[in-house]
Design a protein around this ligand. Structure first.
Ligand code: TXA
Ligand code: MG
Length: 348
């Protein structure tokens, strides 16, 4: 299959392309689309055969459910049996935007989308191109991130091209994704709302809006083999470059000495803050930065692209730096980096 790459110049300029993408989707194809978080690999959420194509193209485990994307609040009634008052308050404040809500599913949503769960993940994205394509398809779109399973989520169309070229018919190139990390996932199907995945809408923002929100502990811990999890995505190694990643916490000078010491007999790369670049001048260590320590939005936006560029260096090991963890966007950055590292961290 040849993959058509369509560069977006503007909503008006590409109106015909969005209609074409919408038709492909409605008729059972998959299409990669930009969103404000990461690129998604979309398919008609009500078409079982189309949804299966997503799993096939990504090599995704069957038991990992998909997020359904809408462009109109009227779609909620087709997908869910219940829209709690707290969900309405969150929707009012954060939709369209990088927030996914887990809700009780309606019978119309196929088991292939929810991996047999009784709940469905719903998101109303804000990216104008995503909204144009969902609208023109006239159906809610199931869409996981448009990467090969296990690879970092794609934040540019070129990342999607590298992972899925030849496997899907069309990629819509809307440029770099603004947030750069996948949406916040909150479970509203139970008694107490629970954060399952941190993202662009922060824990602080959620609590300010609906009060008590518990945090699933697996956000910052490894899942043991065979352990039951609230969100199947937590079980899988994610976001990983090919080389092992180890997070090093401690003062810059101590970090530098540790890395230099460990680079004598192997090819070492570091993923660090802009401010730390000069630490490795004149050494054999390859340096990739992902933004300023003082700009968490930049760290979030650049993390996945930086993890991918580390693959091009092909090091034996990657030592990485993480921001201090709080209840803001840094929680999402630390979560993704920790998972890329398989939770391997050293404090020195
Ligand atoms: O920002 C995003 O959310 C992107 C863009 C494309 O919208 N999508 C995305 O999808 O990140 P994906 O498939 O890579 O991640 C979906 C996550 C997985 O961790 C999955 O286990 C979880 O949501 N999930 C989906 N349905 C669920 C459900 N019913 N209950 C619990 N977790 C669920
Ligand atoms: Mg994903």
């Amino acid at each position: 299959m040849t993959t058509e790459l369509i560069r977006v110049r503007g909503l008006m300029e590409n109106a015909d392309d969005f209609i074409r993408a919408g038709k492909l989707l409605k008729n059972g194809s998959v299409v990669a689309i930009p969103t404000e978080t990461v690129y998604g690999l979309a398919a008609n959420a009500f078409d079982v055969a189309a949804v299966r194509k997503i799993f096939e193209a990504k090599g995704r485990p069957q038991d990992n459910p998909l997020i359904v994307h809408i462009s109109d609040m009227d779609d909620i009634a087709k997908l869910t049996t219940e829209f709690p008052e707290k969900a309405a308050r969150l929707a009012e404040k954060f939709w369209p935007g990088p927030l996914t809500m887990i809700l009780k599913k309606s019978d119309k949503v196929p088991d292939e989308v929810t991996a047999g769960l009784s709940t469905v993940a719903v998101r109303f994205p804000s990216h104008p191109v995503a909204l144009a394509i969902i609208s023109s398809s006239e159906v809610p779109l199931a869409a996981p991130s448009a990467n090969l399973s296990g690879k970092p989520s794609p934040t540019t169309a070129q990342h999607v091209m590298r992972d899925l070229s030849g496997k899907i018919p069309m990629i819509i190139d809307g440029g770099s994704c603004e947030v750069g990390l996948e949406s916040t996932v909150i479970d509203l199907s139970g008694e107490v709302p629970t954060l399952l995945r941190p993202g662009g809408i922060t824990l602080t923002q959620l609590r300010d809006t609906i009060g008590e929100v518990s945090v699933n502990p697996k956000i910052l811990e490894e899942v043991d083999d065979g352990e039951a999890v609230a969100s199947p995505g937590m079980k899988y190694k994610h976001y990983s470059p090919s080389a092992p990643v180890v997070i090093i916490n401690g003062e810059a000078e101590v970090f530098k000495n540790y890395v230099i010491e460990n680079s004598r007999d192997k090819k070492v790369a570091v993923l660090c803050f802009d401010e730390e670049t000069s630490l490795f001048e004149g050494s054999s260590v390859s340096v990739v930065t992902y933004g300023s320590i003082s700009d968490t939005s930049e760290l979030a936006a650049k993390l996945f692209a930086s993890l991918r560029s580390l693959d091009d260096i092909d090091p034996d090991i990657i030592y990485a730096r993480e921001p201090d963890c709080g209840d803001g966007l840094e929680l999402a950055v630390v979560n993704r980096l920790s998972r890329a590292a398989g939770f391997s961290k050293i404090s020195i």
